[in-house]
Design a protein around this ligand. Structure first.
Ligand code: AMP
Length: 367
């Protein structure tokens, strides 16, 4: 169990990051500003984080020899996405400090375990059923009614591994679409808003959350985040309290993003969590005293957490695929901060960068 006496990983140390996407890249940049070196481990040779890291390993996530050498070369290990095989995370944990612990990863990797975790801390979710075969899917549809959403228990992101069922006759089609993988069936939440909260907890037990934000998804992919969320204060407080309770119950050492629905009856229902920096926290880079990536580094290294105070309101928009071609226009907008991830190929739907429009509060408040 971590305590106040848990050692600090001081600046100058090397942070190992599993995953080489934009989240790893922005973490490595934040770590460098605090004097750390990052060692990125990723199987894809052109991963965007490699370009900004001090050291890199390009190997499969189940390559035992590469994992061992990586663990021996770094002072602490974290991850920038949660679909690392559990056996690899365990292997690393036997040789090196892994934060957050792999038990947190396990809870977040499986939608059924995750739903049970949230029930255990008294946080509501959509009604759900565990689905193991076509029979249990048919019974689940009868119980929850239509529409409902069939999701694979593991490895889903940005709407992948999901099938919306509008009538019971679609059961077999849905089961086939997710290839008969272990699944969860969720009742459809008619929501007025989707919101998220990013919370950090350090090994010394400090907990600190960013403001609640609202998110708009298009085709299951985050399109826009607005900070702060326009919500009655009791709902924003409820969302923040869930995040705080989850970080504490998990014994989190790192960062946790929790996505939630606000339904029309004013309930806050958890959708899912990710124990890492999150797309809906990118706005913090330009609108908060400490951003989510620096906070992540501080938490993983057991430094004091930074202030999450929001000095500006903000609107973050993802730049998917060819929409990065607008980079030149964006640069001429005085409110815009452009972030590009250095990805070589602008495939449709691929997250290539984001732009945050910033509205300083001293200006908005004085009106
Ligand atoms: P997920 O991959 O679970 O985050 O789902 C992606 C998006 O699909 C969410 O951000 C929602 O917009 C939508 N969605 C997922 N689950 C539900 C649900 N149970 N009810 C309504 N919409 C959902």
């Amino acid at each position: 169990m971590s305590t106040e006496s848990t050692p600090v990983i001081p600046p100058g140390s090397t942070i190992g990051i599993l995953g080489g996407g934009q989240l790893g890249r922005m973490t490595a940049l934040a770590a460098a500003r605090l004097g750390y070196r990052c060692h990125i481990y990723c199987p894809e040779p052109d991963a965007p984080a490699f370009a900004v890291a001090a050291a890199s390993t390009c190997a499969a996530y189940d390559d035992a020899a590469a994992l061992d050498a990586f663990a021996d070369a770094v002072d602490v290990i974290t991850f920038e996405f949660e679909n690392i095989p559990a056996a690899s995370a365990e292997r690393l944990a036997a040789r090196a400090l892994v934060r957050p612990s792999w038990t947190v990863l396990e809870t977040a990797q499986d939608r059924v375990v995750e739903k049970k975790f949230f029930a255990g801390i008294g946080a509501g979710t959509a009604p759900w059923r565990q689905i193991d075969d076509l029979g249990s899917l048919e019974r689940g549809i009868a119980d929850l009614g239509c529409p409902c959403i069939l999701k694979t228990r593991t490895l889903g992101y940005d709407g992948k591994g999901q099938f919306r069922i509008d009538k019971p006759a679609q059961a077999a089609e849905a089961w086939e679409a997710i290839k008969g993988a272990p699944a969860i069936l969720e009742g459809f939440v008619s929501f007025q808003k989707e919101v998220s909260v990013i919370v950090a907890r350090s090994p010394r037990g400090e907990v600190n959350a960013f403001d609640v934000v609202e998110n708009v998804h298009v085709d299951h992919i985050l399109d826009t985040t607005r900070a702060p969320a326009q919500l009655p204060s009791e709902l924003a407080e409820r969302a923040a309290a869930i995040a705080h309770a989850a970080a504490t119950a998990l014994g989190l050492e790192g960062l946790l993003a929790i996505e939630m629905f606000v339904d029309f009856d004013g309930h806050v229902l958890v959708n899912e969590m990710a124990p890492r920096p999150h797309n809906s926290g990118h706005w913090t880079m330009d609108a908060c005293i400490t951003d989510q990536f620096e906070q992540f580094v501080r938490a993983v290294c057991n430094l004091r957490l930074g202030s999450t105070e929001r000095h500006s309101n903000a609107e973050m928009k993802n730049l998917l695929g060819r929409s990065i071609d607008q980079w030149n226009e964006i640069l001429s907008d005085p409110k815009a901060k452009l972030h590009l991830y250095g990805k070589l190929e602008a495939r449709d739907g691929r997250k290539m960068g984001h732009v945050t429009r910033v509205f300083p509060r001293w200006k908005t408040d004085s009106k």
